[in-house]
Design a protein around this ligand. Structure first.
Ligand SMILES: [Zn+2]
Length: 245
Protein backbone atom coordinates (compact mmCIF):
# COMPACT_ATOMS: atom_id res chain seq x y z
CA UNK A 1 0.00 0.00 0.00
CA UNK A 2 1.16 3.50 -0.73
CA UNK A 3 1.61 6.01 2.05
CA UNK A 4 -1.23 8.16 3.33
CA UNK A 5 0.96 11.19 3.97
CA UNK A 6 -1.80 13.11 5.74
CA UNK A 7 -1.87 10.44 8.44
CA UNK A 8 1.83 10.78 9.26
CA UNK A 9 3.13 13.08 12.00
CA UNK A 10 5.54 15.89 11.15
CA UNK A 11 8.95 15.12 12.64
CA UNK A 12 10.68 17.56 14.98
CA UNK A 13 14.11 16.15 14.24
CA UNK A 14 15.12 13.68 11.59
CA UNK A 15 18.42 12.12 12.62
CA UNK A 16 19.57 10.33 15.73
CA UNK A 17 23.24 10.76 16.64
CA UNK A 18 25.09 7.98 18.46
CA UNK A 19 28.76 7.89 19.47
CA UNK A 20 30.89 4.81 18.88
CA UNK A 21 34.45 4.00 19.97
CA UNK A 22 37.21 5.17 17.65
CA UNK A 23 35.89 8.72 17.12
CA UNK A 24 33.03 7.39 15.05
CA UNK A 25 29.44 8.63 15.10
CA UNK A 26 26.38 7.04 13.58
CA UNK A 27 23.55 9.14 12.22
CA UNK A 28 20.28 7.49 11.46
CA UNK A 29 16.98 8.65 10.00
CA UNK A 30 14.78 7.74 12.92
CA UNK A 31 11.47 8.12 11.08
CA UNK A 32 12.30 5.46 8.51
CA UNK A 33 12.37 1.77 9.39
CA UNK A 34 16.11 0.97 9.63
CA UNK A 35 15.84 -1.74 6.99
CA UNK A 36 14.81 0.94 4.49
CA UNK A 37 17.31 3.69 5.33
CA UNK A 38 21.02 3.12 5.55
CA UNK A 39 23.22 4.15 8.46
CA UNK A 40 25.49 7.16 8.01
CA UNK A 41 28.91 6.98 9.65
CA UNK A 42 30.97 10.07 10.52
CA UNK A 43 34.66 9.30 11.10
CA UNK A 44 36.88 11.93 12.69
CA UNK A 45 40.41 12.61 11.53
CA UNK A 46 42.86 15.34 12.45
CA UNK A 47 42.82 17.01 9.04
CA UNK A 48 39.40 16.10 7.73
CA UNK A 49 36.45 13.87 8.46
CA UNK A 50 34.85 11.15 6.44
CA UNK A 51 31.13 10.67 5.94
CA UNK A 52 30.36 7.12 4.87
CA UNK A 53 27.05 7.00 2.97
CA UNK A 54 24.44 9.72 3.23
CA UNK A 55 20.97 8.26 3.71
CA UNK A 56 17.88 9.23 1.73
CA UNK A 57 18.68 12.94 1.83
CA UNK A 58 15.06 14.02 2.22
CA UNK A 59 16.42 16.13 5.07
CA UNK A 60 19.81 17.55 3.98
CA UNK A 61 22.60 15.96 5.96
CA UNK A 62 25.59 18.25 5.38
CA UNK A 63 24.30 21.17 7.52
CA UNK A 64 23.95 18.86 10.51
CA UNK A 65 27.43 17.40 9.95
CA UNK A 66 28.83 20.94 9.68
CA UNK A 67 27.53 21.62 13.20
CA UNK A 68 29.31 18.51 14.45
CA UNK A 69 32.82 19.11 13.08
CA UNK A 70 35.03 22.12 12.30
CA UNK A 71 37.00 20.12 9.71
CA UNK A 72 36.36 19.70 6.00
CA UNK A 73 34.39 16.61 5.14
CA UNK A 74 34.62 14.06 2.35
CA UNK A 75 31.35 12.22 1.67
CA UNK A 76 31.82 8.77 0.17
CA UNK A 77 28.97 6.87 -1.46
CA UNK A 78 29.72 3.17 -1.00
CA UNK A 79 26.99 2.47 -3.57
CA UNK A 80 24.27 4.39 -5.39
CA UNK A 81 21.26 2.68 -3.81
CA UNK A 82 18.68 5.29 -2.77
CA UNK A 83 18.68 4.54 0.93
CA UNK A 84 22.44 5.13 1.09
CA UNK A 85 23.26 7.86 -1.37
CA UNK A 86 20.45 10.34 -1.97
CA UNK A 87 21.97 12.64 0.66
CA UNK A 88 25.17 12.84 -1.43
CA UNK A 89 24.13 16.16 -3.06
CA UNK A 90 24.33 18.16 0.17
CA UNK A 91 28.10 17.80 0.49
CA UNK A 92 30.74 19.88 -1.32
CA UNK A 93 33.29 17.05 -1.58
CA UNK A 94 31.83 13.80 -2.91
CA UNK A 95 33.53 10.57 -3.88
CA UNK A 96 32.38 7.27 -5.38
CA UNK A 97 33.46 4.52 -7.76
CA UNK A 98 33.21 5.44 -11.47
CA UNK A 99 30.53 2.78 -12.04
CA UNK A 100 28.16 4.52 -9.59
CA UNK A 101 28.77 8.07 -10.84
CA UNK A 102 25.94 8.22 -13.39
CA UNK A 103 23.32 6.98 -10.93
CA UNK A 104 24.44 9.55 -8.36
CA UNK A 105 24.48 12.37 -10.88
CA UNK A 106 21.02 11.58 -12.24
CA UNK A 107 19.02 9.75 -9.54
CA UNK A 108 15.44 8.92 -10.42
CA UNK A 109 12.75 10.25 -8.10
CA UNK A 110 10.40 7.49 -9.20
CA UNK A 111 12.80 4.91 -7.84
CA UNK A 112 13.06 6.67 -4.48
CA UNK A 113 9.31 7.18 -4.15
CA UNK A 114 8.57 3.59 -5.18
CA UNK A 115 11.09 2.37 -2.64
CA UNK A 116 10.16 4.54 0.32
CA UNK A 117 6.55 5.42 -0.45
CA UNK A 118 5.22 2.14 0.88
CA UNK A 119 3.22 1.82 4.06
CA UNK A 120 5.28 1.44 7.26
CA UNK A 121 8.57 2.49 5.71
CA UNK A 122 8.22 6.23 6.19
CA UNK A 123 6.91 6.75 9.73
CA UNK A 124 6.78 10.57 9.75
CA UNK A 125 7.20 13.38 7.24
CA UNK A 126 10.11 15.83 7.50
CA UNK A 127 7.90 18.88 6.91
CA UNK A 128 4.21 19.63 6.58
CA UNK A 129 2.83 18.81 3.15
CA UNK A 130 5.79 16.59 2.22
CA UNK A 131 5.06 13.90 -0.35
CA UNK A 132 7.75 11.80 -2.00
CA UNK A 133 5.98 12.18 -5.34
CA UNK A 134 6.51 15.96 -5.22
CA UNK A 135 10.02 15.90 -3.77
CA UNK A 136 12.72 17.42 -5.96
CA UNK A 137 15.46 14.83 -5.74
CA UNK A 138 18.79 16.54 -6.37
CA UNK A 139 21.54 14.65 -8.16
CA UNK A 140 25.22 15.39 -7.68
CA UNK A 141 28.21 14.35 -9.74
CA UNK A 142 31.16 13.10 -7.73
CA UNK A 143 34.04 15.54 -7.26
CA UNK A 144 36.44 12.60 -6.87
CA UNK A 145 36.46 9.06 -8.25
CA UNK A 146 37.73 6.17 -6.15
CA UNK A 147 39.35 2.98 -7.41
CA UNK A 148 40.41 -0.16 -5.61
CA UNK A 149 43.59 0.48 -3.63
CA UNK A 150 43.16 4.24 -3.32
CA UNK A 151 43.90 5.68 0.12
CA UNK A 152 41.68 8.25 1.83
CA UNK A 153 43.91 10.19 4.22
CA UNK A 154 42.23 11.94 7.16
CA UNK A 155 45.55 13.09 8.69
CA UNK A 156 46.06 10.68 11.57
CA UNK A 157 44.17 7.82 9.96
CA UNK A 158 44.02 6.23 6.57
CA UNK A 159 41.33 4.21 4.82
CA UNK A 160 41.96 1.91 1.90
CA UNK A 161 39.30 1.79 -0.79
CA UNK A 162 38.15 -1.73 -1.68
CA UNK A 163 36.08 -2.26 -4.83
CA UNK A 164 33.59 -4.96 -3.88
CA UNK A 165 31.14 -5.39 -6.79
CA UNK A 166 28.02 -7.48 -6.32
CA UNK A 167 25.31 -5.49 -4.60
CA UNK A 168 25.97 -2.89 -7.31
CA UNK A 169 28.76 -2.83 -9.92
CA UNK A 170 30.64 0.00 -8.18
CA UNK A 171 30.10 -0.97 -4.56
CA UNK A 172 32.95 -0.01 -2.24
CA UNK A 173 34.14 -0.83 1.26
CA UNK A 174 36.56 1.24 3.34
CA UNK A 175 39.21 -0.52 5.36
CA UNK A 176 41.29 0.96 8.20
CA UNK A 177 44.12 -1.52 8.70
CA UNK A 178 45.43 0.19 11.86
CA UNK A 179 42.20 -0.50 13.75
CA UNK A 180 40.66 -3.38 11.81
CA UNK A 181 37.58 -1.25 11.11
CA UNK A 182 35.61 -2.10 8.00
CA UNK A 183 32.79 -0.02 6.49
CA UNK A 184 30.81 -2.24 4.15
CA UNK A 185 27.73 -0.20 3.25
CA UNK A 186 24.92 -2.08 1.56
CA UNK A 187 27.14 -5.16 1.23
CA UNK A 188 27.56 -5.72 4.97
CA UNK A 189 24.72 -5.45 7.44
CA UNK A 190 22.83 -7.84 9.66
CA UNK A 191 19.06 -7.86 9.09
CA UNK A 192 17.40 -9.09 12.30
CA UNK A 193 14.55 -10.44 10.15
CA UNK A 194 16.90 -12.22 7.70
CA UNK A 195 14.99 -10.99 4.62
CA UNK A 196 16.13 -12.08 1.18
CA UNK A 197 18.01 -9.34 -0.64
CA UNK A 198 19.48 -10.72 -3.87
CA UNK A 199 22.57 -8.89 -5.15
CA UNK A 200 22.73 -7.55 -8.69
CA UNK A 201 25.52 -10.01 -9.52
CA UNK A 202 25.74 -13.10 -7.35
CA UNK A 203 29.17 -14.30 -8.51
CA UNK A 204 30.74 -10.89 -7.92
CA UNK A 205 28.97 -10.58 -4.57
CA UNK A 206 30.29 -13.91 -3.33
CA UNK A 207 33.82 -13.13 -4.52
CA UNK A 208 33.66 -9.78 -2.74
CA UNK A 209 32.41 -11.36 0.48
CA UNK A 210 35.23 -13.91 0.38
CA UNK A 211 37.74 -11.11 -0.07
CA UNK A 212 36.31 -9.18 2.89
CA UNK A 213 36.31 -12.36 4.96
CA UNK A 214 40.10 -12.59 4.67
CA UNK A 215 40.72 -9.22 6.30
CA UNK A 216 41.80 -9.13 9.98
CA UNK A 217 38.63 -7.28 10.95
CA UNK A 218 37.87 -6.16 14.51
CA UNK A 219 34.64 -4.24 13.89
CA UNK A 220 32.28 -3.88 10.93
CA UNK A 221 30.24 -0.70 10.67
CA UNK A 222 27.15 -1.88 8.87
CA UNK A 223 25.27 -0.27 6.03
CA UNK A 224 22.09 -0.66 8.07
CA UNK A 225 21.66 -1.05 11.82
CA UNK A 226 24.75 -0.98 14.03
CA UNK A 227 28.32 -2.21 14.17
CA UNK A 228 29.21 -5.88 14.66
CA UNK A 229 32.09 -8.19 15.44
CA UNK A 230 34.43 -10.28 13.31
CA UNK A 231 32.56 -13.41 14.43
CA UNK A 232 29.29 -11.94 13.20
CA UNK A 233 30.96 -11.02 9.92
CA UNK A 234 32.12 -14.60 9.45
CA UNK A 235 28.59 -15.83 10.17
CA UNK A 236 27.09 -13.30 7.75
CA UNK A 237 29.46 -14.35 4.96
CA UNK A 238 28.77 -18.00 5.58
CA UNK A 239 24.99 -17.35 5.48
CA UNK A 240 25.20 -15.36 2.25
CA UNK A 241 27.51 -17.58 0.20
CA UNK A 242 25.30 -19.88 -1.86
CA UNK A 243 22.07 -18.20 -0.75
CA UNK A 244 21.17 -16.68 -4.12
CA UNK A 245 22.47 -19.28 -6.56
ZN1 LIG B 1 20.35 -0.35 2.01
Amino acid sequence: MTVDYASLPVANSWYSVDSYPGDITRLREIHIDPYWAGSVWLVQGTERDLVVDSGTGIVPLAPLIAEMTPRPVLAVALCSNFDHSCGFYSFDERACHPLEAEALTHPKLRDLSDYLGVENRLLAVPRAGFRLEDYELPGAAPTQLLEDGDIIDLGDRKFEVLHIPGRTPGSLALWEAATGYLFGGETLFIDPDKRDFPPQDTADYEASLKRLGELPVTTVFGGHYSSFSADSLAQLISNEIGRYE
